[in-house]
Design a protein around this ligand. Structure first.
Ligand SMILES: [Zn+2]
Length: 192
């Protein structure tokens, strides 16, 4: 529970966030119900410079990719860089569209670019950078990208380490993308 609360504080800190909202509680527990708690662990690095050289390079590649984003509507430039098991690095950025839903996020641009080139590719880690984000609040992937990353973890049978980075500030490191999507929907529900 502590980790969950801590996560909420970190990922939602700032103005108008969860911490300002009314606390929603459960009704008194009925006899047959069980209350369960999910926790996940992650690391906060004070600066990307504290990461190992490989991760630093990935964060830099993600930040660099953000400079090539096509984001004339939101002006919210996101870059992603992933490292494959063969050592290759693939980058992506957000690509917006006047028909807003037609746009795609940086994470999925990078992911699909990599897998479209090599369907058997294994993604070891991904850095996501939004240089304009506050130094103390790296940006998290949206729900659709979390689902896409989870799919790839299932597809490759191995976790994808995630780094969330701002410019010259805190970096959040997660051991696997699935941590971002508890009680998730996956292929097991389809019997495949
Ligand atoms: Zn997204």
């Amino acid at each position: 529970m502590m980790a969950e609360q801590r996560g909420a504080e970190v990922l939602d800190a700032g103005e108008g966030t969860l911490s300002d909202r009314p606390v929603v509680t459960f009704a008194p527990i009925e006899p047959m119900a069980q209350e369960r708690t999910l926790t996940f662990h992650y690391r906060e690095h004070a600066d990307a410079a504290a990461l190992d050289a490989s991760a630093q390079h990935l964060v830099e590649a993600a930040a660099d990719a953000s400079t090539r984003a096509y984001a004339p509507y939101s002006r919210f430039h996101v870059g992603a860089a992933l490292r494959l098991a063969n050592g290759g690095v693939v980058t992506g950025n957000n690509q917006e569209n006047a028909s807003f839903p037609a746009g795609i996020c940086a994470e999925r641009t990078a992911l699909h670019a990599a897998l479209s080139q090599d369907p058997s590719a294994v993604v070891v880690e991904m850095a996501i950078a939004v240089p304009s984000a506050p130094a103390d609040r790296p940006v998290s992937p949206c729900g659709i990208c979390r689902q896409a990353l989870l799919e790839q973890e299932h597809r490759q049978g191995a976790p994808i380490r995630i780094y969330l980075a701002s410019a010259g500030g805190k970096v959040i490191e997660l051991a696997k993308a699935g941590d971002l999507l508890p009680l998730s929907f996956d292929a097991s529900f389809l019997g495949t």
